[in-house]
Design a protein around this ligand. Structure first.
Ligand code: ASP
Length: 329
């Protein structure tokens, strides 16, 4: 069978990266993990597997790495717990699966996938989601597995800021992004998107962000796939991922413009911030963000894993032409 579309995998490891918080060792570890996620996910596409397979595999690699706010290394809630959300969507047939508020699922993206593939529902939360995980033979771990010292310290700092200021209106405590996501285009020309996160540091009251909400942080259809990262409340209010895809599907906008309008105009105009990765059915990539940096990576026809962090590093959306797409400008 001939491939009508190029094979493409794009990932993010969260927006909100702040240069002064980085050090050489952390940067190296992040870049290595991103490259591994790209290689492992792309191998799925090369083997003829689906975009959903590529997205799931790439995200699971990042969930297992403690440097990202997903799976191991998730941020802490106000109660000192790790409470994770994830979603996956198959652009082919608009199938979707999502989980929210899980505490013991080693790889929430695998559970989201199981919800999509093996249940008649789209979204499961909390204990019920974990009961389903058990039934499906998905790995459950002790909640202490998710803890890292770095996230613990970020939480301590947020708690202190809580005492000094108004707790749930404080944008500083909202800054600890690091969610992971992926979008892919497979040999059948199908798109998929997925996102996994620990949410926001110091979140309360069972708060659920945009990542597991289909249309807000995660969306895919036949023409477009998006995974967002940033201040989730604003992605929920703008239904950001769906908004980007509707601009592409219904208005025929180029993906780069559609993504930039939502991420760099609509969300900041409400006071939010963050970024997104977006991919269309021809393999064109967009990676807008309005924070200091966004961990992001892509792999296409050249088979080379490209990783970028800051806004002065070239990527297919800010310094075209992309190596893997000819008509993205
Ligand atoms: N969007 C995520 C949330 O609000 C956070 C992030 O992207 O890091 O839960």
């Amino acid at each position: 069978m001939t491939h009508a579309a190029p094979l493409v995998l794009v990932i993010h490891g969260g927006a909100g990266v702040i240069k002064r918080d980085m050090n050489a060792a952390k940067e190296k570890a992040v870049r290595a993990a991103m490259a591994k996620a790209l290689h492992d996910g792309y191998a799925q596409l090369k083997a003829g597997k689906s975009a959903v397979d590529a997205v799931t595999v790439a995200i699971a690699v990042l969930e297992d790495d403690p440097n990202f706010n997903a799976g191991k290394g998730s941020v802490f809630t106000h109660d000192g717990r790790n409470e994770m959300d994830a979603a996956v969507m198959d652009g082919e047939g608009l199938r979707a699966g999502a989980v929210a508020g899980v505490h013991r699922v080693k790889n929430p993206i695998l559970l989201a996938r199981a919800v999509m593939d093996h249940s008649s529902h789209v979204m499961l939360v909390g204990d019920g989601a974990e009961a389903f995980a058990k039934e499906q033979g998905i790995s459950l771990v002790d909640p202490s597995y998710f803890r890292t010292e770095e996230r613990w310290q970020q939480w301590q700092k947020a708690l202190k800021e809580d005492n000094d200021k108004k707790p749930h209106a404080d944008p500083e405590t909202a800054k600890h992004f690091g969610t992971v996501g992926a979008v892919a285009l497979d040999g059948e020309g199908h798109l998929a998107a997925g996102t996994s996160t620990g949410g926001m540091t110091d979140k309360r009251w069972g708060r659920v962000g945009d990542s597991p909400i289909i249309g807000a942080g995660t969306y895919a259809n036949a023409q477009c796939a998006v995974s967002g990262t940033g201040w989730g409340e604003f992605y929920l209010r703008t239904v950001a991922a769906h908004e980007i895809c509707m601009k592409v599907s219904m208005l025929g906008e180029p993906i780069e413009r559609a993504a930039a309008e939502v991420i760099n105009q609509e969300i900041p105009s409400l006071g939010g911030d963050g970024g997104a990765i977006a991919l269309d059915a021809s393999g064109n990539i967009a990676m807008p963000f309005n924070t200091d940096g966004m961990y992001r990576g892509w792999i296409g026809a050249d088979g080379v894993a490209h990783v970028a962090i800051y806004d002065d590093e070239p990527d297919p959306s800010n310094h075209p032409p992309a190596p893997e797409s000819s008509d993205d400008h």
